[in-house]
Design a protein around this ligand. Structure first.
Ligand SMILES: Nc1ncnc2c1ncn2[C@@H]1O[C@H](COP(=O)(O)OP(=O)(O)O)[C@@H](O)[C@H]1O
Ligand SMILES: [Mg+2]
Length: 163
């Protein structure tokens, strides 16, 4: 039983990986879907941050109680967002793993989002999101000594199309 934290920009393969883990029996908490559920549409409201966090933690606790692996599918690009789960896992006495996805240029990520799941938004909007994520990733890079029990780096397959 473990808690897996995905770390990556938009369209870096997090949800694709999460689906595989769900097929293996893990419980997946996708932050995008959680906020979409409470707002009845794809949206994030900063002032609702505590509500989102309480919801995430409630689901994680129930799943761990049932001895299920849990995957948290959100960007986790800030150190605080990662540290939050490391300290949570310590309190709950559960193993914590980070699955880290490769960072490419903002344009590559925005383009992939547009091709795969644009959610009604234009390329320019996704580019702004990807640029924000790229600056977060640059300002607070993932370190191997942040406190995770295990770290898996997902490197894109050599022959993967960089769309
Ligand atoms: N490294 C990669 N190279 C090429 N395509 C990728 C890569 N990672 C993800 N994709 C594709 O990008 C799209 C978005 O992936 P997704 O899993 O939804 O990303 P995320 O959840 O991180 O936003 C999917 O079509 C996926 O197949
Ligand atoms: Mg996703």
């Amino acid at each position: 039983m473990k808690l897996e934290i995905l770390v990556g920009m938009i369209a870096s393969g997090k949800s694709t990986y999460a689906r595989q883990r769900a097929d293996d029996g893990a419980i997946v908490i996708c932050h995008d879907d959680l906020t979409a559920m409470v707002h009845a549409s794809y949206r994030y409201e900063q002032e609702k941050r505590d509500l989102y966090r309480e919801m995430e933690e409630a689901i994680v606790r129930v799943a761990l109680e049932a001895e299920l692996d849990v995957v948290i599918d959100r960007t986790h690009l800030t150190r605080e967002s990662r540290w939050r789960w490391i300290s949570f896992a310590r309190e709950e006495q559960v193993r914590i793993e980070a699955v880290v996805f490769a960072v490419e240029s903002a344009a590559v990520h925005a383009r992939r989002r547009c091709y795969s799941d644009p959610r009604g938004r234009a390329f320019e909007e996704w580019l702004r999101v990807a640029e924000h994520h790229a600056s977060q990733a640059a300002e607070e890079p993932f370190y191997d000594h942040e406190g995770f029990d295990e770290i898996v780096h997902k490197i894109p397959a050599l022959n993967a199309a960089s769309v």
